[in-house]
Design a binder for this molecule. Structure first.
Ligand SMILES: [Zn+2]
Length: 73
């Protein structure tokens, strides 16, 4: 769906185990699942704890629109 070269591979995530905001890289992702809300990524935090994060086109489109379009009305 998205270009692999677009640079959206890594993301930050607040880990529920170590209570820190961590940068998550594609190599740390252990799985993904499609849900109604988007794509749920499963990955392992730097601390070793299994984590999940919701991603996917729905949330990405919303945030992209918000940065591109200033609030007009
Ligand atoms: Zn952690």
């Amino acid at each position: 769906m998205r270009d692999p070269e677009e640079g959206s591979d890594m993301f930050d995530h607040h880990c529920s185990a170590c209570d820190r905001r961590q940068l998550i890289f594609p190599s740390m992702i252990t799985g993904m699942a499609n849900t109604d809300q988007g794509i749920v990524l499963a990955f392992e935090c730097w601390c070793g704890a299994p984590q999940t994060a919701l991603t996917g086109k729905a949330t990405e489109i919303v945030s992209a629109e918000r940065t591109r379009e200033p609030v007009a009305a």
